[in-house]
Design a protein around this ligand. Structure first.
Ligand code: PEP
Ligand code: MG
Length: 327
C-alpha cells in the first residue's frame, strides 16, 4: 500500500463527513524541517529540542541553539513549529553535564525535563533567549514537558516572559507573538485542568509518558509492551475527559505520542474527540488514509458505546468494527 499512502499524503486530512483533522509531525533535527514540505503535514507539532543536546559532545550554548532554531523556522516556512523545551536528564546521559545523569532507580520519574530546567535556570534562560531571537518577527510557539502541577508551568512561562522583557529592553527584534503550551504527560496535571486551561494557548498530550505513568508500567520494558494497550478503556476514558475539558475551555489540543501515528489508535482518538495529532513522518500517509475513510459521527457513536460498556478485548472490538466499516 506504499504507493497508495504516498498518493494520499498530500490530500487533505478530511473525514467523509467533512471534519478536518490537523496532522503535524514530530521532529528533532534541522533535516526534519527540510523534509516537512514533502511530508504532507501541516507543521511540526513537537520539536524535541533535546536531540541537539543528546547528539552533541559539548553543551550546545545559546548560539548553537539559535542557529538550529533559525534553520528549522526558515525551512518550515509558513508552517508552524512547536518547540518543546529540553527533556533531558533521567536516563539520558549527557557527558558534559555529569551531575544531570543520575543513577536514580526510576529515571523516567526522576529529575528530568522541566523539573531539571526550573532548577537549572541558566540552561533554561539560554534556551529561552535562543528561541526568542530565532523567532524575531515570527510567532514563537513553545511548550514545556513533564508538568505535574500548574505552578511549574507558571514558573517556566514567567522565565520566558522575563527573557522577552530582557530582549525588549535591549531593543532587540521580538517575536510577533508568543503562544504558550503545556504538555500533559503526567496524570496529576489532568486533575488541575481548571487552573491550567485558562493560562495556556494550547495543550499537547504526550501519550508515551502518560501511558507509562497511568499504568505504572515502564515504557521501555519489553516485557510490559504487550500488557498495557493504548486501546485500553482506562487510557481512552482518561483522554476523553481531558479532551472534553479542553473543548469546554476552548483550548486546542494535539495528541503527540506514538499512539496517534497508528491508524486504529488514531481512529479511536478521533472517536473520543481528538482533532489534531502530531506523528512520526512515515505515518502521515497511513493516518490520512484512515481519516479520509471514516465518518466521525459513526466513529464517535462507536467509541461512546464501547467506553460505556468496555469489551474484554477493546482492540479486537475496534479492529472488527473498522474492518466492517472499510476503515
Ligand atoms: C510523550 O511522552 O508522549 C512525548 C511525546 O514525549 P517523548 O516521547 O519525547 O517523551
Ligand atoms: Mg514525554
Amino acid at each position: 500500500r506504499r504507493a497508495e499512502f504516498a498518493a494520499v499524503r498530500n490530500l487533505p486530512a478530511k473525514t467523509r463527513d467533512g471534519v478536518e483533522i490537523g496532522v503535524m509531525v514530530n521532529a528533532g533535527l534541522a533535516e526534519d524541517a527540510v523534509a516537512l514540505a514533502a511530508s504532507g503535514a501541516d507543521g511540526i507539532g513537537l520539536f524535541r529540542t533535546e536531540f541537539q543536546f543528546l547528539i552533541s559532545a559539548t553543551l550546545p550554548g545559546r548560539d548553537r541553539q539559535l542557529r538550529l532554531y533559525t534553520k528549522v523556522l526558515e525551512a518550515a516556512g509558513d508552517k508552524p513549529v512547536i518547540f518543546r523545551t529540553v527533556d533531558i536528564g533521567g536516563d539520558k546521559a549527557l557527558p558534559y553535564l555529569a551531575d544531570v545523569h543520575d543513577e536514580a532507580e526510576n529515571p523516567a520519574m526522576g529529575w528530568r525535563a522541566l523539573r531539571l530546567s526550573l532548577d537549572r535556570s541558566t540552561l533554561m534562560k539560554a534556551q529561552a533567549r535562543a528561541l526568542i531571537e530565532a523567532s524575531a518577527g515570527k510567532v514563537l510557539r513553545v511548550m514545556f514537558p513533564m508538568i505535574s502541577e500548574p505552578w511549574e508551568y507558571e514558573e517556566a512561562r514567567a522565565l520566558l516572559e522575563e527573557q522577552l522583557e530582557w530582549a525588549r529592553q535591549g531593543h532587540r527584534k521580538l517575536p510577533k507573538r508568543v503562544e504558550y503550551g503545556a504538555m500533559l504527560e503526567v496524570p496529576s496535571l489532568a486533575e488541575m485542568l481548571d487552573q491550567l486551561l485558562p493560562r495556556i494557548d494550547f495543550l499537547s498530550i504526550g501519550t508515551n509518558d502518560l501511558t507509562q505513568f497511568l499504568f505504572a508500567a515502564d515504557r521501555s520494558d519489553p516485557r510490559l509492551a504487550e500488557r498495557y494497550d493504548w486501546l485500553s478503556p482506562a487510557i481512552l476514558r482518561f483522554l476523553k475527559r481531558v479532551l472534553d475539558a479542553a473543548r469546554a475551555a476552548n483550548v486546542p489540543v494535539r495528541i503527540c505520542g506514538e499512539m496517534a501515528g497508528r491508524p486504529l489508535e488514531a481512529m479511536a482518538l478521533i472517536g473520543i474527540g481528538a482533532e489534531n495529532v502530531s506523528i512520526t513522518p512515515a505515518a502521515v500517509g497511513p493516518i490520512k488514509a484512515m481519516v479520509r475513510s471514516i465518518d466521525t459521527a459513526e466513529v464517535r457513536a462507536r467509541l461512546d458505546a464501547v467506553l460505556a460498556k468496555p469489551p474484554r478485548d477493546m482492540r479486537k472490538a475496534l479492529a472488527d468494527w473498522a474492518r466492517r466499516h472499510s476503515v
